[in-house]
Design a protein around this ligand. Sequence first.
Ligand code: PMP
Length: 410
Amino acid sequence: KKIQGDIHDGTENDAPIDVDINAAPRTGPPAIAVGIEGCIGNTPLIRIRSLSDATGCEILAKAEYLNGAGGSPKDRVALSMIRMAEKQGLLRPGFGDVIYEGTSGSTGISLATLARAKGYMAHICMPSDQAMEKSNLLLKLGAVVDRVPPAPIVEPNNFVNRARALAESRTLSSSPLVELSSTDTYPSSITSEDNSRPGSSRGFFSDQFENPANWTAHFQGTGPEIFVQCEGKVDAFVAGAGTGGTISGVALYLKPIIPNIRIVLADPQGSGLYNRVRYGVMFDLKEREGTRRRRQVDSLVEGIGINRVTANFEAGRELVDDAVRVTDAQALAMAKWLVEKDGIFVGSSSAVNCFGAVKTALALGPGHRIVTVLTDSGTRHLSRFWAQAGDVGGTVDTKLEDVLNAKEAS
Ligand code: PMP
């Protein structure tokens, strides 16, 4: 069976996608990966023993933190966006072109890593309330980092708007096709103000929220991998949405070939998407008594939860069947559970996803197979999320009810 449609893949001359689901499955990573690009995708699906035993369902988690470039599913997205931009001539290796992105961190880390491998510069704008680990890592990778105060998308100084503006001013000031020397290829002195620098380099705003190369990366990679790994038997797929690329791309791939699959959004406190999915309305921030925050309620959870429908969420929105709301206390309790019971040490959005998977399992009843995503490692969240979680005790025996009923510490 082939899937064809008015969908473009972003990698092969923007050709319509033509995925042969009966083609020989990719069964694992290549014996020899060519560069770090070769370490992206083909991630394992982990059967989480503790959650499977506690629910009577099979809870499987796609270990996306094992993507080998930047350690998150954003490796797939960054590679896809870079390839599409190269196809369109918006990025040219060897000219010192600069990739600009607004990101909670993961996409920036993937872009900065691949930029190094491919001869680009990365300039990353991120909200200043995200864990320091991520911006420190970006600096070590040689990216320029702007940590900007959190602001809603309607504000010009929002991290996404800032990245777009910087890219645009750089594009205007660049002159094309000047050969740079090897020392110029990675100009280290570029700052956000340095857009008048003469030379040939261009700015490219990769725009993960709106760029279709995001969801198509999951349509072509994550979705087919899950289908093959599960041999087509999946009862539900559960994921949070930051850009929406993961949930849309996987849903668009799996739903036509597994019609009964349930697609469930796991949404952290403060995000508007839960209401959008369940009730068809999203509270308009501007109408809420002058609230000008990024989220209606602050959350410790990084990378997911938004108050607008992005193009990447919209791409698969109609395929999302239900949503689960997850509080910070529940995410913290789940993260600790995963360490305590399974030795799995993950970040906040992975914990939200697993909580959503458990709720979905309990709603469907025993015997079902639920797939979710482990997005990044807990090491990216030591200073913020895990600082709140505290250490995992040696002899505790937490019950699933304790996780489900977790309340904020007073
Ligand atoms: N988890 C983390 C840690 C992330 O950074 C992101 C992306 N912002 C997500 C989950 C959500 O993925 P998506 O953008 O595909 O919705």
